[in-house]
Ligand binder design. Sequence first.
Ligand SMILES: Cc1cc2nc3c(=O)[nH]c(=O)nc-3n(C[C@H](O)[C@H](O)[C@H](O)COP(=O)(O)O)c2cc1C
Length: 254
Amino acid sequence: MTALRWTKQMPELKHSLGILYLNETKFSRENLRSRPRPHILPAEPFKRYPHAEKVLLPRKWDGEETNFWALLQKRRSLRKYDPRLFSRTDLALLLWACQGVTAQAGQFYLRTAPSAGALYPVETYVAVNHVDGIDPGLLHFDVKGFQLERLTSAAPGPDVARAALDQEFLARAQVVFIWSAVFRRTMAKYGHRGVRYIMLDAGHIAQNLCLAAEAIGGGACPVAAFYDDEMNSLLGLDGQEESVIYLAAAGFRP
Ligand SMILES: Cc1cc2nc3c(=O)[nH]c(=O)nc-3n(C[C@H](O)[C@H](O)[C@H](O)COP(=O)(O)O)c2cc1C
């Protein structure tokens, strides 16, 4: 039996948005230098909310011995949670795993997760549901200051779950990580192909979170099913300059 390529079976898909995007952003030896790049202004590399209340995070923690290979073996998407509270240190460890600064090289603040061109287009927000000593609410992670900036003070769980296609476990997780992209940070250098890189960057961050959540005796569940504009409006994002691209619920194993 001859295997048909799916673009032959369904030729109309050849002109579909996703395939067009992939084709239009391919590198080849012929087009690498000649293809015109759109002129896109760079964006600020860090986002700050200077007037927001700051929530300090511990910068030192006891490095408990963990077996990396066992973590990989154990990792599973977790959607049911023990009601125990996360400590501030648990949250700090998870944030550090996502985007902690590990070295500085010139103007670049290098992090736990790799990023195309060291441009770090992904911003991290947390919906805090159950963390000891941190009131529930939506907060932004200030990467350079290693602190949180409070955006809201109401219990965020139900709104976040509703905006994530009513996936109720998001309301019960100790914390939901919400990742947005500031597209111009990466697209100013890589043009439209940069959108691929932004999504890959987010995947690295999310995997770090999944493994770190296992390391603290919990787990995480990545979530890409959400109503984009509803999630953006919870965080006050315009969905153009900056838009939510990925989430992950994290909590303790029951
Ligand atoms: C890009 C991506 C999007 C996902 N979106 C959701 C989601 O919206 N809801 C959900 O419950 N799980 C979601 N998941 C988790 C997958 O369902 C899960 O990884 C898969 O079933 C394999 O199970 P495991 O992670 O336990 O190995 C997503 C995973 C990925 C990688």
